[in-house]
Ligand binder design. Structure first.
Ligand SMILES: N[C@@H](CCC(=O)N[C@@H](CS)C(=O)NCC(=O)O)C(=O)O
Length: 214
């Protein structure tokens, strides 16, 4: 069975868990405790030299890193059910929404970045909150426009089932709530989040449902 090195609260691990569940791929979850620095241990660095979760031990193609690369791998290796739509234009639009989160929101709010802001630049918790809220609002404001009308009311970001956008968005909404971001200006995002929350694939991927949840 494939194995996913995951931290329950990590947004990138969370997005992988959703993708695996949507594709119905049984995977053993191996917790890596970021708070204890387990991602910096030699044994973990041998799997992912970047010292970041997730890492994915595939059945037949070795250990893979970087959640976007792993999700693309899963899509190519296990095409059914697809996470990407059929049309070329829709595929690009869906990838753009995923990248708005995966490239432009998540990385700059990551644990090591916030740690550097605190330790090297003297940021206090108030400044950290301003920082995280600034980038989440910037991304969510654009995403709210990019998402189609009617989303969340039986419709997903692209079509009638969840796919790549939902893999990225739902963990980012979870993270936004942890950072106490006011989501009231984003009715499409919150409706989509509520719709996904009703589905087993998302419930099983939720941080609270993980073996290392505290
Ligand atoms: N681009 C990478 C980012 C991975 C990443 O940043 N993971 C975070 C958890 S969400 C992590 O391991 N953080 C540890 C740290 O910041 O020290 C991916 O998508 O896999």
């Amino acid at each position: 069975m494939a194995r996913l090195y995951s931290f329950f609260r990590s947004g990138t691990s969370h997005r992988l868990r959703i993708a695996l569940n949507l594709k119905g791929l049984p995977t053993e979850i191996l917790p890596v405790n970021l708070r204890k620095g387990e991602h910096k241990a030699e044994t973990y660095l041998a799997l992912n030299p970047q010292g970041l979760v997730p890492a994915y031990e595939s059945d037949d193609n070795g250990t893979l890193t970087q959640s976007p690369a792993i999700i693309e791998y899963l899509e190519e290796r296990y095409p059914e059910p697809p996470l990407l739509p059929q049309s070329l234009g829709d595929r690009a639009r869906v990838r753009a929404m995923a990248a708005a989160i995966g490239c432009d929101i998540h990385p700059i709010n990551n644990m090591r970045i916030l740690g550097a802001l605190r330790q090297q630049f003297g940021a206090d918790e108030k400044a950290i909150t301003v920082w995280t809220n600034t980038w989440i609002h910037a991304g969510f404001k654009a995403l709210e426009t990019m998402l189609p009308e009617g989303v969340g009311q039986g419709a997903f970001a692209c079509g009638d089932r969840p796919g790549l956008v939902e893999c990225y968005l739902i963990p980012q909404v979870y993270s936004a709530r942890r950072f106490e971001v006011d989501l009231s200006a984003y009715p499409k995002i919150t409706a989509l989040d509520a719709t996904c929350a009703e589905r087993e694939a998302f419930q099983a991927a939720h941080p609270d449902a993980q073996p290392d949840a505290v």
